[in-house]
Design a protein around this ligand. Structure first.
Ligand code: TNX
Length: 592
């Protein structure tokens, strides 16, 4: 398949940085001392310079540089230019802060906070070339640098943070490490876009002054990747996790099984992966995750405060399992692999006890591999299992999940089944009106909203989009953005909605570049619906802020769709790195 038209990363041309001072060469995190010598200005305040044992001459020099910084041009990014839009933004034009080669990251003495500090340093080192040492302290003060202060304070909630930028330093305050992590994503977006470069760039690393107080509207903000229709390796999944983290999403739903492939190794039923995994749409070789691979994905996500929700789709969408174990097939005979894209023809037999042995073993192993609290049991499009046979099956599987100490999630088709404690339904309809789902909510279910006509990122943007579906309509960026989760479904109260999720089905998506093309720029739209208070909702403001993200994606070598609805700058104003970006590097180092 030909690749969609994208911002194909161009080779880095150092001479191409026409509107920038000379690009530093030979720098990078390991060569930071050399880079430090070329740093234009220091924002280290004189009071702290004294404590570091500087001479009077050095102090005078520092003061001079500080004065120069104050006269310097303002930060290129405005404090509110963040996606998702923060809850409260209070700019202070006189309070910009300049990072420099002496900047230190000081972090509360807590392992999770330290990990956030290390991630911040890893994000900033490649482009700045600064050493950015990370140190811990009981009460971290910015002192000319960046402080990540984990207060344990409940005010900002489970994921909120406060960011203060002053000439003297930058402070992120949060009650939890997740809050610090989200604050770091904001800080990253406030720096010049060249911060995304994988190699050092000569730039004034200035942050706009002022304060942000921010916390999410919804606790559940996710994306789904279908690794069953086409298989994507661990490195691709880690890179998708990076994209989720950037936009403060906190759930990755992995659609691990479907008719075309079974993607997770199950020790008690080994042929599921080795036989059931060796296929995909179009008949390619497919693949599967070993349990070690899967743990690596879970750990990488957890380090970015993202919970993995694994899905085993039942009782339909099970053809791949049947190819591996004929005993599960209703006629007892293993069928050949299926490489097409039809749905609704396969099922495991709800009347057979062997089916429940299979479900118990698979979900048991998956629960043991998955520290997060949720197991997704699918439940969609089981056209051949109807009525009481279907609801009886779902009720039994819900009990199996409860027995594993986990909360069950299913596509909204499971609504007619009896309520199980805490169960979540994932709505993917297109009408906004579903009395059966509304009734399940009255019986206690909560909802995750993935309306097919707004949040399905496998839908085409426009008639000429080279990949994707259109059964739920075309979804341009505005359509992905312009809906309100709280008011979307008739007869469902706002407090029944736990959040939003953007699914990417991959019948026609075959490469990482194609995943990125479909996710960006729509994923940030869904992320903003999940995070930002409704009072910030504004299409014109959103598309302006998205345009700024495009410059960052270009700098990072990330593919995206240049939607005509977004006022992308005509030319990237920064050098474009080679493919193989810092996110990839991060993915590799996480695997090492
Ligand atoms: C419906 S949405 C499906 C998937 C397909 C998708 C394609 C849902 C729960 N089921 O099996 O991949 O449409 O858009």
């Amino acid at each position: 398949m030909s690749s969609p038209s994208t911002t194909a990363p161009e080779p880095l041309d150092p001479s191409g940085a026409v509107d920038l001072p000379a690009v530093q060469t030979g720098g990078g995190p390991d060569n930071a001392t050399a880079a430090a010598d070329t740093t234009p200005a220091s924002a280290t305040p004189a009071g702290h310079a004294g404590t570091s044992g500087r001479t009077a001459g050095e102090l005078a020099g520092a003061a001079e540089r500080q004065a120069a910084a104050l006269l310097a041009p303002p930060a290129p990014v405005r404090l509110g230019d963040v996606v998702p839009a923060p809850e409260r933004v209070t700019p202070d034009a006189d309070a910009d802060h300049l990072l420099d080669a002496d900047t230190v990251i000081r972090v509360s003495a807590d392992p999770a906070a330290l990990a956030v500090g290390e991630q911040l340093a890893a994000l900033l080192r490649p482009a700045t070339g600064y050493p950015l040492p990370v140190t811990d302290a009981a009460a971290p003060a910015p002192a000319g640098g960046i402080a990540l202060d984990l207060t344990g304070d409940a005010d900002l909630g489970a994921e909120g943070y406060r960011l203060d930028v002053t000439p003297a330093g930058v402070r992120i305050t949060a009650g939890t490490a997740a809050g610090l992590h989200h604050g770091v994503q904001t800080l990253r977006q406030l720096l010049p876009a060249a911060i995304e470069s994988a190699t050092p760039v000569a730039e004034r690393w200035v942050l706009p002054g002022g304060s942000i107080v921010d916390r999410p509207r919804y606790p559940h903000r996710g994306a789904m990747l279908d690794v069953a229709r086409h298989f994507f390796g661990v490195a691709d999944v880690l890179r998708v996790i990076d994209h989720l983290a950037r936009y403060k999403l906190n759930r990755l739903h992995l659609h691990l099984t479907d008719d075309q492939g079974w993607r997770i190794a199950v020790d008690s039923w080994p042929r599921l992966a080795t036989v059931g995994g060796a296929n995909e749409v179009g008949g390619g070789p497919g693949g599967h995750y070993t349990q070690a691979d899967y743990r690596r994905i879970v750990a990488y996500a957890a380090a970015r405060h993202i919970t993995v929700i694994p899905e085993i789709d039942l009782p339909g969408h099970t053809h791949a399992a049947l190819t591996a174990y004929g005993e599960l097939a209703p006629d007892g005979v293993a069928p050949p692999p299926y490489a097409g894209t039809e749905v609704g023809f396969s099922y495991v037999d709800p009347a057979s006890e062997r089916t429940y042995d299979f479900v118990t073993d698979v979900l048991g192993e998956l629960a043991a591999l998955t520290p997060g609290g949720w197991l997704h049991i699918g439940g969609d499009e089981a056209f051949k299992v109807k009525g009481a046979a279907y609801t009886g099956f779902v009720e039994r599987v819900q009990q199996i999940v409860a027995g594993l100490g986990r909360t069950v999630i299913g596509w909204h088709q499971i609504a007619p089944a009896a309520h199980a404690d805490g169960r979540l339904l994932q709505w993917w309809g297109t009408s906004g009106d579903d009395p059966v789902t509304a009734d399940a909510v009255r019986r206690g279910a909560k909802l995750i909203l993935s309306p097919g006509n707004h949040a399905y990122l496998d839908m085409k943007y426009a008639p000429d989009t080279p990949i994707g579906h259109d059964w739920a309509g075309l979804i341009d960026v505005r359509r992905a953005y312009d809906w309100d989760p709280a008011a979307h479904l008739t007869d469902v109260p706002a407090d029944a909605v736990l959040g939003v999720e953007a699914p990417l089905w991959t019948e026609s998506v075959t490469t990482l570049a194609e995943i990125e093309f479909m996710l960006l720029p729509r994923l940030p739209a869904i992320a903003e619906l999940g995070w930002s208070p409704r009072s910030t909702h504004d299409w014109d403001g959103f598309r302006e802020r998205l345009a700024g993200q495009g410059v960052r994606w270009t700098a990072a070598g990330i593919t995206f769709h240049r939607s005509p609805e977004v006022p992308w700058p005509a030319q990237p104003s920064i050098p474009t790195p080679r493919p193989g970006t810092q996110d990839r590097a991060a993915a590799r180092s996480a695997q090492a």
